[in-house]
Design a protein around this ligand. Sequence first.
Ligand code: ADP
Ligand code: MG
Length: 274
Amino acid sequence: MKVYEEMASAALGELGLGTAAHNLDGIAQQAAAEDWSYTEFLGRLLEGEIRHRQEMRVALSMQFARFPYPKRLAEFDFTAQPGVDRRLVDELATGRFLAEGRNIVLLGPPGVGKTHLAIGLGVMTAELGHRVYFTTAVDIARKLVRAMHENRLTREIRNLTRPKLLIIDEVGYLKLEPPEASLLFQVISERYERRGAVILTSNKAFSAWGEVFAGDAVMAGAALDRLLHRSTVINIRGESYRLKEKRAAAAGTGIIEELSAIASNSSTIPDNNG
Ligand code: ADP
Ligand code: MG
């Protein structure tokens, strides 16, 4: 009946199944040509709708995440960084840590791939359709101090506790002021209570975290206690990947010694994306 054929497309649209509505004619023709069962026709029609929704969800999660640049775990060269256990990273890439509310702490000097691994795990999380939010310790501190002055701290903290995964990059690169340290602590504490996974990167050994938390060793200890209770710690001791690449390019040109000197004082290396 013509009336039902016309209704089908409009009804799909009204039910919010826009992709199915769009594909209806084409798939119906294919069904007739290939003699599909009614159920196969319906399954194929809905398959397109569901695939489109998943793609939209991933795209939204990627947008929400605010990654500074996109990096994938597949781009990480494990042979260049023997300090990182590939099997351990493969286990993390299953996403089990998200369900368990397990934290991942990446430690090591600049350039060894901490941010790369954090983003890679974040992208993987977004692709599973979860919300993930990338930020740095300094960014959290500044944002929360401003929110506190503007009486919207609760909401701002909620934004940091709700995503399935929070990535806090560069803890310890800059020293925090006491109010900033206590706000960062609140976020860590709230996520711990809710079993929300955190990925954190730092260039500072745990023993130096007193400094990170504005000289408050008690607060640093309480933060570490919560972070490490359910956690996987990856301590990367290797050398900077960028320097290694430069060194390879410079092999035989006599500037290797110069680069080695820079490597031993890596804080002077301009860092343009990590
Ligand atoms: P960190 O956060 O430890 O300072 P990054 O993750 O920013 O270091 O790494 C610096 C740069 O080197 C990035 O562009 C990153 O993608 C790249 N990099 C580091 N380690 C590796 C690796 N093992 N394989 C591929 N690229 C790497
Ligand atoms: Mg980094």
